[in-house]
Design a protein around this ligand. Structure first.
Ligand SMILES: Nc1ncnc2c1ncn2[C@@H]1O[C@H](COP(=O)(O)OP(=O)(O)O)[C@@H](O)[C@H]1O
Ligand SMILES: [Mg+2]
Length: 351
C-alpha cells in the first residue's frame, strides 16, 4: 500500500518521515498540503496509508483553518499573535473530516487528534482512565472567575493554558502569595491589549497585565490545572517528552529549564535520560513509562502519541501535563537504532 502524508510541506516532520520511508526502501509518500485540503478538498484516496501531520507553523493554513471553523472570512494574524484558537480547532475538525472522507487507511485517527488537541477534554479522558494528571480547576471564563475558583479550591499556584494551544503559546504559570500579590511567568507578550507569542519567557507581577492576558485568552477557552511541583536536577526543573509508538514508550527526551515551562524551543536544554532515570529510581521510572503506555491505550487506533510527563519534586510520583498528537519531532533520539519516524514506518507494517 502506498504511503501519503497530509501536512505542511515545509514542516520538518514531513521531511524526516519521508527520509525514514526512503531508508526503509519504500517509494516516497505523496504529500497532500493542508493548504490544498482546506482550499480544494484534495485528499488521499482509498488504497493509501495516510499519516496526518501537523497543520501548524504556516500562517496561511492557520487562516484557512480559522475560516473553515468560523464559516467567515478571516484575516491573517499578525506575526506571533495569539488569536482564534477555538475557530482554528473547529477548522481542524472540518479538515480532518475531509481527510477521513477520502477513504485512505489512517495511521492516526481524527477523533484521537481532536481529543489530544482539546486540553480540557484530553484531561478528562486521562483522568477517567485513572492516569495521574494535575487536578483541573474550573470552568474559568475570565480573570475574575479564575481567581474565584482558585480561592474556592484553596489553590494559590496554577497553570493556565489555552484550551487548544500548543508549544507553550499562551500558557501562564501563575502564583498568588499570602498577601494576594500575583506573579505570572509566561511567553506571552502583552502589547496594547493584544497578545503575542514570544520566545522570551517573562514575568508579570502587575495584576492588570495578568488580568488583561487571561481575559484576552479566555474567549477561546481555558484549561486550568494545579501547578504540579516538577522534579529538578541542579538548578533546573525538568519533564519528559515520551513518544509512544505502537504501544511502546521507546523514545524519550529530557527537557530542562530554569523557568516553569520546559518546551525546548523556548531556549531550554535537553538533559540526560540516564541521569533522570537514576534520580527517579527504576520503580518510579517504570511506573512513569507504564503511565505513558496507558495514555497511548486511550488512543488505541492511533500509531503514535507524544506524552509530556512530569516527575514530582522528590521523585515520588508523576503526572501527565498533556498529550501531543504531533509530538514526534525528536531529532537524533534513537531507540534500538531507529528514530521516531523509522519506528513508525516499521510499526505500521507497510506491505
Ligand atoms: N500542571 C502543571 N504543573 C507544572 N508544570 C506544568 C503543568 N502543566 C504544564 N506544565 C509545564 O508547562 C509546559 C507547557 O504545558 P503543556 O501542557 O505541555 O502545553 P503546551 O501544549 O503548550 O506544550 C510543559 O512543558 C510543562 O513542563
Ligand atoms: Mg507540551
Amino acid at each position: 500500500m502506498r504511503l501519503a502524508v497530509v501536512g505542511n510541506p515545509a514542516n520538518r516532520r514531513v521531511a524526516l518521515f519521508t527520509a525514514a520511508v526512503s531508508r526503509a526502501g519504500l517509494p516516497a509518500p505523496e504529500v497532500f498540503p493542508w493548504r490544498e485540503v482546506l482550499r480544494s478538498g484534495r485528499v488521499p484516496g482509498a488504497g493509501t496509508r495516510v499519516r496526518i501531520d501537523s497543520p501548524g507553523e504556516d500562517s496561511e493554513v492557520d487562516r484557512l483553518l480559522r475560516e473553515a471553523g468560523s464559516g467567515r472570512p478571516a484575516v491573517a494574524a499578525e506575526h506571533g499573535e495569539i488569536v482564534g484558537g477555538a475557530a482554528a480547532f473547529a477548522g481542524l475538525r472540518v479538515g480532518l473530516a475531509r481527510v477521513a472522507a477520502g477513504g485512505g487507511d489512517l495511521l492516526n485517527q481524527p477523533a484521537d487528534i481532536l481529543t489530544m488537541t482539546d486540553k480540557p477534554r484530553c484531561h478528562a479522558v486521562l483522568s477517567a482512565a485513572g492516569i495521574p494528571v494535575p487536578a483541573a480547576l474550573g470552568p474559568v471564563g475570565d480573570y475574575a472567575s479564575l481567581r474565584a475558583v482558585m480561592a474556592a479550591a484553596g489553590c494559590s499556584r496554577v497553570f493556565v493554558k489555552p484550551a487548544y494551544g500548543s508549544s507553550a503559546s499562551g500558557v501562564l504559570a501563575l502564583a498568588v502569595d499570602r498577601r494576594g500579590r500575583i506573579a505570572a511567568v509566561t511567553s506571552v507578550e502583552l502589547s496594547e491589549g493584544r497578545i503575542f507569542n514570544n520566545l522570551r519567557v517573562r514575568r508579570y507581577d502587575d495584576e492588570s497585565s495578568v488580568a488583561a492576558i487571561v481575559d484576552r485568552l479566555a474567549p477561546d477557552g481555558l484549561h486550568v490545572e494545579r501547578w504540579f511541583p516538577k522534579a529538578s536536577l541542579g538548578d533546573r526543573v525538568l519533564d519528559l517528552r515520551v513518544v509512544v509508538i505502537g504501544g511502546e514508550p521507546g523514545h524519550v527526551v529530557v527537557r530542562t529549564s530554569r523557568s516553569p515551562m520546559t518546551n525546548l524551543h523556548l531556549g531550554n536544554a535537553r538533559g540526560e535520560v540516564a541521569a533522570v532515570r537514576a534520580a527517579a529510581g527504576e520503580r518510579e521510572w517504570a511506573a512513569a513509562m507504564e503511565s505513558c503506555a496507558r495514555v497511548a491505550k486511550c488512543f488505541g487506533r492511533t500509531l503514535q502519541v507524544g506524552v509530556d510527563l512530569m516527575f514530582r519534586a522528590g521523585w515520588r510520583g508523576h503526572a501527565v501535563a498533556e498529550v501531543n498528537a504531533f509530538g514526534d519531532l525528536l531529532p537524533g533520539v534513537l531507540a534500538g537504532g531507529r528514530d521516531t519516524y523509522d519506528a513508525q514506518v516499521s510499526a505500521c507494517a507497510i506491505g
